[in-house]
Design a protein around this ligand. Structure first.
Ligand code: SF4
Ligand code: SF4
Length: 330
């Protein structure tokens, strides 16, 4: 079975779990550890930034997972796919925060809210770690946090990422401008012809009618290779309750009812309740993508300096991750 058919089968069986390392997360070491842990935990796709070093880090993580599987009593029946995420100017997934020192009062309110630990004690944002989630901004009363977009040159970076081991692509298209979206969509489709390609959408700028019209247009270009990642609240995860994941199921419901024959992933506020809520609501999703929550639950273990050489620690992280994967596959 080729890799496209393998992926199709996983989604048809609703066994697709994607770990989102963060479209803006450019720390190869963290990505390597996350991919290793979640590969051993049963995830079948790893979503990473469009950065060759990060893709290579993810490949190393998968290689190590395969080497350790027997020792930890795990099996990896299908090597997980590396998905590279890119975004359009204005999409929150490609923005980075910056703290304006002239405005910042150094109150410290933002420090604990950054789940990426991207803000240091001098109130400087480490660009490599910032994913643009905006959780710091929500705490800032003086509007000291600004953003800038980090958009990559697709024609340069995508072929390099594919040559380094990435197999699928995703376009974050949470903007209103249809022409800009479709131009990038056509370009990405011309670069990847033999595997799935995903568009990540939410309803921030789009009415339900506009959303479905965009998906229909994407389908006309990609055909059966189209995955829609239905973002409830982009990067809205972290808490493990039904309310956080509600919008992910709501948008998936709208797309499912349209009958457009795409594969459908729930994302944006996803957690251990997502598959259960979809089931309770009778909403059919082919898979679940989890970023913030998936990273949060293993962070205290994978950030330890002795993590790489400590099989016991690795086993603990895998056990935690495994619970999340298990409850989100059918
Ligand atoms: S909270 Fe989010 S946006 Fe703010 S610095 Fe941390 S990762 Fe970046
Ligand atoms: S919350 Fe705003 S003012 Fe307070 S430390 Fe953070 S950036 Fe500075």
């Amino acid at each position: 079975m080729n890799r496209y058919d393998q992926l199709k089968k996983l989604m048809d069986q609703c066994r697709y779990f994607k770990t989102v390392c963060g479209a803006g997360n450019e720390d190869p070491q963290e990505v390597r550890r996350l991919t290793m842990v979640y590969a051993l935990a049963g995830a079948c796709s790893m979503d990473v930034s469009a950065n060759v070093d990060v893709v290579k880090g993810a490949m190393q993580g998968l290689d190590t997972a395969e080497l350790l599987a027997e020792k930890l009593g795990k099996t990896i029946p299908v090597r997980p796919y590396i998905n590279v995420s890119v975004g359009l100017k204005g999409d929150p997934h490609i923005r980075k925060a910056r703290i304006d020192k002239d405005i910042c009062t150094q109150c410290g309110n933002c420090l604990d809210k950054c789940l990426q630990d991207a803000i240091d004690d001098n109130f400087v944002v480490a660009q490599q770690h910032c994913i643009g989630c905006g959780k710091c901004d929500e705490q800032c009363d003086v509007d000291a946090i600004k953003y800038y977009d980090k958009r990559v040159n697709l024609q340069e970076i995508i072929p390099e990422c594919l040559a380094s081991g990435a197999e699928t692509l995703e376009l974050h298209a949470i903007i209103a401008d249809d022409d800009a979206v479709m131009a990038d969509w056509k370009l990405l489709n011309s670069m990847l012809k033999d595997n799935y390609i995903s568009m990540c959408l939410d309803r921030h700028f789009l009415s339900d009618v506009h959303l479905l019209d965009r998906i229909q247009r994407a389908y006309e270009i990609s055909g059966d290779r189209l995955i829609i990642q239905a973002d409830g609240i982009p990067m809205g995860g972290g808490e493990d309750d039904y309310k956080s994941t509600l919008q992910a199921i709501a948008i998936a419901d709208i797309i499912e009812k349209s009958g457009i024959p795409c594969k459908l992933l729930a994302s944006g506020g996803t957690n251990s309740k997502t598959r259960e809520l979809a089931r309770l609501c009778g909403v059919h999703v082919h898979g679940v993508s989890i970023g913030t929550y998936a990273r949060r639950i293993v962070k205290h273990i994978i950030n330890r300096p002795d993590f790489d050489d400590n099989l016991e620690l690795i086993g603990q992280a895998v056990q935690i991750a495994e619970q999340l994967v298990k409850v989100n596959i059918a």
